[in-house]
Write a protein that binds this ligand. Structure first.
Ligand code: HEC
Length: 141
């Protein structure tokens, strides 16, 4: 009986351990598109929050952007497009810097991080995004 309980506990811990996240599915193209729309909205929020010195909100924007770009990075890694994955990692680093700056109530650093973050958008879009009659899509490689 005790052994069974122990086994159950081991299974539950394994299911909820951080490694279980690695089994998470990579974004589909539709999910990638939805994530980008969300990234766009969150970046707009962040700009307003930094201007207004809303630091707790800015910190949350940075965290959300970081986790979205983590999924973007995984998407490109799965496709073995190393350059795009690196740009996503740069965006993650800038998002993290924005959160750190917000926690320090440092407007100067928050603006710098925001600028770095925004520069990654254009770089990646230039190489990997194309416009079609009904919106944007991933540029065929
Ligand atoms: C690593 C590459 C990469 C980075 C970095 C990146 N994007 Fe994108 N983005 C794409 C690709 C590819 C598309 C086109 C795919 C799609 O829209 O389905 C796209 C599309 C978009 C769209 C259009 C979505 C739609 O269909 O209406 C928005 C908005 C967007 N990105 C915002 C941003 C912003 C803001 C940033 C920076 C904070 C950013 N992206 C950074 C690759 C990237």
């Amino acid at each position: 009986m005790q052994a069974l309980v122990l086994i159950a506990i081991v299974i539950i811990v394994a299911l909820f351990s951080p490694q279980a996240g690695a089994l998470q599915q990579v974004l589909t193209e539709a999910e990638f598109d939805a994530t980008m729309k969300e990234v766009g909205l969150t970046l707009g929020d962040a700009e307003g929050h930094i201007d207004a010195r809303y630091w707790p909100e800015t910190a949350v924007d940075g965290q959300r952007l970081r986790s979205m770009f983590q999924e973007v990075e995984a998407f490109w890694k799965a496709r073995e497009v190393e350059e795009a994955a690196i740009m996503a990692a740069d965006a993650m680093a800038a998002s993290r810097a924005m959160t750190t700056a917000a926690k320090e109530n440092n407007r100067e650093s928050a603006r710098t991080a925001f600028g770095k973050l925004r520069s990654t958008c254009a770089r990646c879009h230039l190489d990997y995004r194309e416009q079609t009659d009904d919106g944007y899509q991933i540029k065929p490689q």
